[in-house]
Design a protein around this ligand. Structure first.
Ligand SMILES: *[C@@H]1O[C@H](CO)[C@@H](O)[C@H](O)[C@H]1NC(C)=O
Ligand SMILES: *[C@@H]1O[C@H](CO)[C@@H](O)[C@H](O)[C@H]1NC(C)=O
Ligand SMILES: *[C@@H]1O[C@H](CO)[C@@H](O)[C@H](O)[C@H]1NC(C)=O
Length: 389
């Protein structure tokens, strides 16, 4: 039963519109030749992950290769199975990219939570949890999360396979975290980015004529939201961050994954996937200001670039928070040191009550931007990820 999900889809599934809407295609105006491709890890990641032995697949149980026995074990650990409904035998190109990005993210999460569970289980320095009750509860929780992320990955690849498309294969990964608290903090932030990007996936599926998968994505959003409430609780934050969670767009998620975690050039089979050709990887944007509080304030950023100061001065910083119209701020206080440029942008976070995730991006135009995909289409550097409360 479960195996049928990752085999070809059933005949007779409804054919969908063949007119692709390039919702998840390259943002308008994006030029691959001007991009950084597989960008170097951002300053934050390279600082602590330098010299780390990359995490590689397969897992000890053989994952991501699965047979029916392993699928059954994963389903038991995940407290539920892959959906057993028939899958569409055709997907528009934009929707293929959507499920490729979902699988690309989920397999990173499988790597991250495998590494975290190993570290806690082996009492790696920085990951010791002295309370046995809490340690057992954390491991039980993360073991279920790992199996649930494995299931999300197999589900996305199953949808690709049923529609005749190559699945995503694992890359090699590094993690910038070396202790439990920062690993949970990172899980909270990348889950916030996922929760924003799945909104983009739903909009893309609707625009592409593949609406039958929108409820499935909604079920994953709720699931990831449950996870994030737990990570936030561990960090002594209230579980529910804000009334409406922050919108993201595919290029911000793809850029963040590549800039921070994916070993450059380590993704086998990437030539078989549209994702790597159609979604840009921006140059990294480092948020220099630490411990950002809910107040109106100048935020300091840095980028590595050979652009002149006058180019930088003509760019803007855009702040994206919750479901509000993106806020555009001019760039001020520019300092250049070699190829590192530091600058400020004013963020009225208290006035906007901008709790939860804010996505910052440096854009080549001043906007105004009606939507988050419009911001992504004009982005040069990003995303800078800011969490308040
Ligand atoms: C696990 O521990 C190693 C060694 O400290 C570290 O490099 C890696 O980032 C840790 N994994 C996670 C997910 O934090
Ligand atoms: C779909 O999965 C089957 C079974 O693993 C495999 O033989 C086939 O090549 C896959 N199709 C594509 C397009 O990758
Ligand atoms: C800036 O230019 C130098 C010399 O041409 C080059 O080595 C370096 O990679 C460039 N840096 C960036 C960020 O483009």
């Amino acid at each position: 039963m479960l195996g049928s999900y990752i085999a070809a889809g059933l005949a007779g599934a409804a054919a969908v519109s063949a007119t692709p809407v390039a919702q998840w295609g390259p943002p308008h105006g994006y030029s691959p030749s001007g991009s950084q491709g597989w960008g170097a890890p951002s300053n934050t990641a390279s600082a602590s992950s330098a010299g780390q032995t990359p995490f590689t697949f397969p897992l000890p149980n053989g994952f991501p290769t699965v047979n029916n026995a392993l699928l059954h074990d994963i389903a038991e650990a995940a407290h539920g199975s892959l959906p057993n409904a028939p899958l569409a035998t055709h997907l528009s190109a934009g929707s293929v990219t959507i499920f490729e990005l979902i699988a690309f993210n989920e397999i990173f999460e499988v790597a991250f939570f495998s590494s975290l569970i190993n570290n806690i289980t082996n009492n790696v320095h920085g990951f010791e949890i002295p309370s046995q009750v809490l340690r057992t509860y954390v491991l039980d929780t993360l073991t279920a999360v790992l199996a649930q992320e494995e299931t999300h990955f197999l589900g996305a690849n199953g949808i690709l396979n049923a529609s005749g498309n190559a699945g995503i294969e694992p890359c090699k990964y590094v993690f910038p975290t070396a202790d439990f608290d920062s690993a949970i903090g990172l899980a909270r932030t990348f889950t916030d980015v996922v929760l924003g990007t799945l909104q983009d996936a739903q909009a893309g599926l609707a625009a592409n004529g593949d609406a039958e998968y929108i409820p499935l994505i909604g079920s994953v959003e709720g699931q990831e939201g449950e996870q994030n409430g737990y990570y936030r609780s561990l960090l002594s934050l209230i579980p529910s961050a804000a009334p409406f969670l922050t919108r993201s767009a595919a290029p911000f998620a793809f850029s963040a994954l590549n800039q921070n975690f994916v070993v450059p050039g380590s993704c086998p089979g990437s030539a078989n996937n549209l994702l790597f050709k159609s979604i840009p990887v921006f140059a990294p944007l480092t948020v220099e200001t630490q411990n950002i509080q809910l107040k109106d304030q100048a935020i300091t950023f840095s980028v590595k670039t050979n652009s002149s100061d006058s180019d930088i001065a003509s760019y803007s910083v855009v702040f994206i928070n919750q479901q509000n119209v993106p806020v555009v701020a001019p760039i001020t206080n520019i300092h250049t040191n070699g190829d590192v440029v530091t600058f400020d942008a004013f963020y009225p976070a208290a006035t906007l009550i901008a709790d939860a995730l804010t996505i910052a991006a440096v854009t080549k135009s001043k906007g105004p931007f009606a939507s988050v995909p419009d911001v992504a289409a004009a982005t040069l550097f990003g995303p800078g990820l800011i969490e308040i409360n």
